[in-house]
Design a protein around this ligand. Sequence first.
Ligand SMILES: Cc1cc2nc3c(=O)[nH]c(=O)nc-3n(C[C@H](O)[C@H](O)[C@H](O)COP(=O)(O)OP(=O)(O)OC[C@H]3O[C@@H](n4cnc5c(N)ncnc54)[C@H](O)[C@@H]3O)c2cc1C
Length: 461
Amino acid sequence: MNYNKITPAVMDAVSHIVQGNVFTQQEDLICFSYDALNQKYYPEAVAFARTAEEVSLLLKLANTHLFPVIPRGSGSGFTGGSVPVMGGLVLCLTRMNQILTIDTDNLVAEVEPGVITGEFQKEVEKRGLFYPPDPASLKFSTLGGNVAECAGGPRCLKYGVTKDYVLGLEVVLPNGDIIQTGAKTMKSVVGYDLTSFLVGSEGTLGVITKMYLKLLPLPETRKTMQAIFPSMDNAARTVSEIIRSKIIPSTLEFLDQAAIRCVEEYLKMGLPIHAEALLIIEVDGNREVVDKDAEKIEALCLQGGADTVMTAKTEEEAEGLWKVRRSISASLLKLNPHKINEDITVPRSRVPDIIRKIVEIAKKYNLINVNFGHAGDGNIHTNFMIDRNNRDELARAEQAVSEIFQATVAFGGTISGEHGIGIAKAPYLSLEIGDKGIEVIKRIKKAFDPNYILNPNKIVT
Ligand SMILES: Cc1cc2nc3c(=O)[nH]c(=O)nc-3n(C[C@H](O)[C@H](O)[C@H](O)COP(=O)(O)OP(=O)(O)OC[C@H]3O[C@@H](n4cnc5c(N)ncnc54)[C@H](O)[C@@H]3O)c2cc1C
């Protein structure tokens, strides 16, 4: 596809549509040239829309003058989804950041896409309500970005992922038409389920300008535990045992030995560096049930071979346990300046198999590897800590990732549990969905966006 550069006359039209809320200076553009994948492509301009009508006019202009438009929230994506690989206009939604209503009778919120996830959670919790999807980026990611990526997080084991909370959307299609999908109601089966279709579409099929999100009552209480296992196999078996005993914790996170060592080096809090696995487990709900479940889990961990199980007695102690999990990302960068971070997911029972395979592959390619993640739902964040300037190391890491993806699919898993495809995983898509699957995606993209102006070269090239 050949795109046109945005001429000064077209730039004036862009600026007119968004009432001057546009950046064109190099020093501003640099901030919108990358996301958490850390690959840089410069846009020609960045526009901040405030209404669906402005978004619609921009997309109509893009179709007339054939320039790419790339929707963007906070730019915290791990797969390059908001990066302007073909240049063009970055369309930033962060100024559409109003929580329009929180309907406590119907447990539905109506929100704009630029609302920060954690801010939204605080607002609903003030009313005794609960929005469970909790990506670790919740302090800075937007709800629009979460919906476009179908973000997950630790609580997804019990509560599901973002798609389970999206009742309906207002979306501007690539041709500028504004449509509504779904409804504010808990049920709606009118026509194709376009809401599900657009959730996780990574800004390639439409720009989300409003969302109807489902809310739950806030659980009465929660308990947080930490269990230390000398053996990873025993830890994984215990995870299965907990679920088999018909307890679904709200979170069930794990750190492997390398992750434990990194965090200990970083925080110096006396973590057991010889342990092969550390589990952080949280249960929530009614006080009586929570107490009973916590007791049962403690017993299962000890029977399963845990050396120690600690239950937090206060909020501060619980925060201390979570600090271990939240510090991993920062602690890893002490090992090497760059990380290749994948989010493969396998059936829960295959976690020990895939971990063994990853360790074997890391050894084969002589790479520093650290694993942690959501043991309860089989979602493993496997990280290769490298120096990207070392071309040989980078090539070895890319080869290792390719082999891990192949093993993941062979174990019945998926190459992305929550970060999406973007540009980072596009080369591996056929591994999982095959060439015919890719053909379907291409046909859908063409039907929505015949001029390929919306977020081109993402998911499929
Ligand atoms: C430290 C850290 C921790 C993270 N932890 C998690 C985690 O636990 N779970 C998880 O799932 N992810 C996690 N992520 C990844 C990331 O935060 C999520 O993918 C998040 O949903 C992206 O939101 P954003 O607002 O930053 O979107 P962006 O990165 O700006 O955009 C992401 C994608 O959504 C599209 N998009 C954005 N807004 C819109 C819109 N309004 N309409 C249409 N398309 C749009 C973009 O084009 C792009 O393709 C983490 C990232 C970091 C840096």
